[in-house]
Design a binder for this molecule. Structure first.
Ligand code: BES
Ligand code: ZN
Length: 626
């Protein structure tokens, strides 16, 4: 083992290294970036003075009280002379803070500032481990407690967490910044018959306790960004896919879930052959109840998924490819600050498409690229090609113009480079980027320098590839690789025919989902009730099992004040909490004046309580703003 002083100084400065309590295997300590562009203003932590390297949770889930309570023991690495460690807290109820011998430590909670929460400062003295006894607030923004009616089984309650971006401070007292990586372990007590899963590896069998409870143990021995600590608990079962892959879901959902994700092992293999070994051991997924506010969340070793991607024909499994790809881009190499979110999401969206190409072929991959490009164009048309929010790198405190930039422009950047330099060179570059920065944070400046040195090779070539413009400039640079114009040629012809003469397409059911989505997106915006009825009847839109298509139908129908769509929308909005669907449907209704606004208010009045904080916050801005 290294000597401790050396370990401390190295860990606080450059290379990753390890320190260890005497009885356990050495723990990895990831470095902290010290450049100005890596300074995270969403945290109160001052990691260069004192930082958390390991979190050990011992928690009990109280479904009746909607509370998580217990202890968090933190390992601290402090610079000589550092007196305090500062953590993030959003509403945590602190009972006591002690050293490991039980001696109280002096602590104070500062003033709270919205979502950022409050600084929790602990005076360390000689302590290098602190024990925090606490409870999370029943309203903790990261946690959603579902009533049995919100589950498929309708009998047992359900709990899941969502940490990204800065929500985990509402249930874990630690330094909640993506640049401050931590290893962790947890012991979690839950009532029978609920099972618990986490974004770490399950350790052994659950321990039977008195009172109809069980304790589950998990460990994550790789340093991860703290937003990636996640938990879910409910009446769930597991089914294996491959030797290291499997899926959890409620019993009533498990068959359908398993059938939809049965290609996951092949996806992991495809991803590995593209960009190097999968370094996390297992890759499991959990299909959550429909209240989950996102499509998916890349929690390490346990991707969280919405059930709304289950179409029965694996047509929306790009989602799985996406969350899997985050095992490299995001979880292995992580944006140090949220203004560089494209390093996670843009690189992942590119990688996702490469997996889709391997598994489903070039046609589907090219069509998905064309759909993504349409989304970029829509955003640019909306906010303007010069809008600063359309740059990939967002300086601290500024907001990007949305996911089409972070995700799709980010992916378009890498696709442009790939097509320019060729796949072989590009793939070699991306692989070494992941290898070199594995388990470490990164910034836009770092990827720029790396691209210049290891892909371009010279200043001139970097300028020719417009690297700077892509990362720091607005809009789409001139060398943007256009999507294949043939990708949707037949569909665009079908749209033109429909717009001109009302002829509906033949063979709709044999089309790919991307094709159907393309068609629906390009239906003329203004439709009469008669035209909508015919569309629905002929194409079976309101009864489709494909939620991306159902969403496009509902949006089109509501924008045209089509009464028969109101009960359909109401049913959808009562069941589904995915922000991506819910927010635009409420926005569409609110845009329809005296017709739509009362409908939006009435439905939201009934559904708001069933949504996750993330979705509530997004919809509150729309439905309450007037
Ligand atoms: N990491 C994101 C989800 C996320 C982003 C949570 C920002 C909180 C803040 C996840 O990987 C994601 O991108 N999900 C997408 C799916 C994807 C196929 C584009 C989603 O949820 O729609
Ligand atoms: Zn993502």
């Amino acid at each position: 083992m290294r000597n401790l002083a050396l370990a401390l100084s190295l860990a606080l400065s450059l290379g990753a290294c390890s320190t260890a309590p005497s009885t356990e295997a050495p723990r990895l300590v990831a470095p902290i970036l010290t450049s100005a562009d890596a300074l995270d203003t969403s945290t109160y932590a001052r990691p260069q003075e004192a930082r958390v390297t390991h979190v050990a949770l011992d928690l009990e889930l109280d479904f009746a009280g909607k509370a998580v309570r217990g202890t968090a023991m933190l390992d601290v690495l402090a610079q000589p002379g550092a007196r305090q460690i500062v953590l993030d807290s959003d509403g945590l109820q602190i009972e006591s803070i002690t050293d490991t011998a039980g001696n109280p430590l002096v602590w104070s909670m500062g003033e709270a500032a919205g979502e950022k929460g409050a600084p929790l400062s602990i005076t360390l003295g000689d302590a290098r481990q602190v024990v925090i006894r606490y409870a999370a607030n029943p309203q903790a923004s990261a946690l959603q407690w579902l009533a049995p009616e919100q589950t498929a089984g309708k009998v047992h309650p359900f709990l899941f967490s969502q940490g990204q971006a800065i929500l985990n401070r509402s249930w874990i007292p630690t330094q909640d910044s993506p640049g401050i990586r931590q290893t962790w372990k947890a012991r979690v007590v839950a009532p029978k018959p609920l099972d618990v899963v986490m974004s770490g590896i399950l350790q052994g069998k659950p321990e039977e306790l008195a009172g109809g409870k069980r304790a589950f143990r998990f460990a994550m021995d790789k340093p991860v960004a703290p937003y990636l600590i996640a938990i879910a608990a409910g009446d769930i079962d597991f089914r294996a896919i491959g030797p290291r892959t499997g899926v959890w879901a409620e019993p009533a959902m498990l068959d359908k879930a398993h059938a939809e994700v049965v290609e996951t092992e092949a996806m992991v293999e495809a991803a590995e052959s593209l960009y190097g070994p999968y370094r996390w051991g297992r890759y499991d997924m959990i299909v959550l109840p429909p209240a989950f506010p996102y499509g998916g969340m890349e929690n390490p070793v346990m991707t969280f998924l919405t059930p709304t991607f289950i179409a029965g024909d694996r047509s929306l499994t790009g989602l799985v490819a996406h969350e899997l790809a985050h095992s490299w881009s995001g979880n292995l190499v992580t944006n140090a600050v949220w203004g560089d979110g494209w390093l996670n999401e843009g690189v992942t969206s590119y990688f996702e498409n490469r997996i889709v190409e391997e598994i489903y072929g070039a046609k589907r991959a090219r069509q998905e690229v064309a759909l993504d490009t349409m989304a970029i164009m829509e955003t640019l048309a909306e906010v303007g090609v010069d809008a600063p929010g359309t740059a990939l790198h967002q300086p601290d405190g500024t907001e990007s113009a949305g996911s089409a930039i972070i995700y799709n422009k980010g992916a378009a950047f890498l696709r442009t480079l790939e097509q320019d330099v060729g796949r072989e060179r590009f793939d070699a570059w991306l692989r070494q980027w992941f290898d070199k920065h594995a388990f470490q944070p990164a910034t836009s400046a770092m990827i720029y320098e790396d691209l210049k040195a290891n892909l371009a090779g010279s200043e001139d070539e970097a300028a020719r590839l417009r690297l700077r413009e892509w990362i720091y400039g607005p809009g789409l640079p001139a060398n943007f690789a256009q999507p294949d114009p043939a990708a949707f040629a037949a569909i665009d012809a079908a749209n033109a025919a429909y717009a001109a003469s009302g002829d509906l397409p033949q063979g709709w059911r044999a089309w790919t989902s991307a094709e159907r989505q393309r068609f629906l997106q390009n239906v003329p915006a203004e439709r009469t009730a008669g035209e909508l009825a015919r569309l629905d009847e002929t194409l079976g839109l309101s009864t489709t099992g494909n939620n991306e298509e159902l969403f496009l139908w509902l949006r089109l129908a509501l924008a045209n004040r089509y009464e028969p769509a109101v009960p359909q929308a109401e049913r959808f909005l009562s069941n589904v909490g995915r922000t991506k669907f819910v927010r635009p449907l409420f926005a569409t209704l609110m845009g329809e004046g005296e017709w739509g606004q009362p409908i939006a208010r009435r439905i939201y009045g009934q559904t708001r309580a069933s949504y996750h904080t993330v979705t509530q916050r997004a919809v509150d801005r729309i439905v309450r703003a007037d």
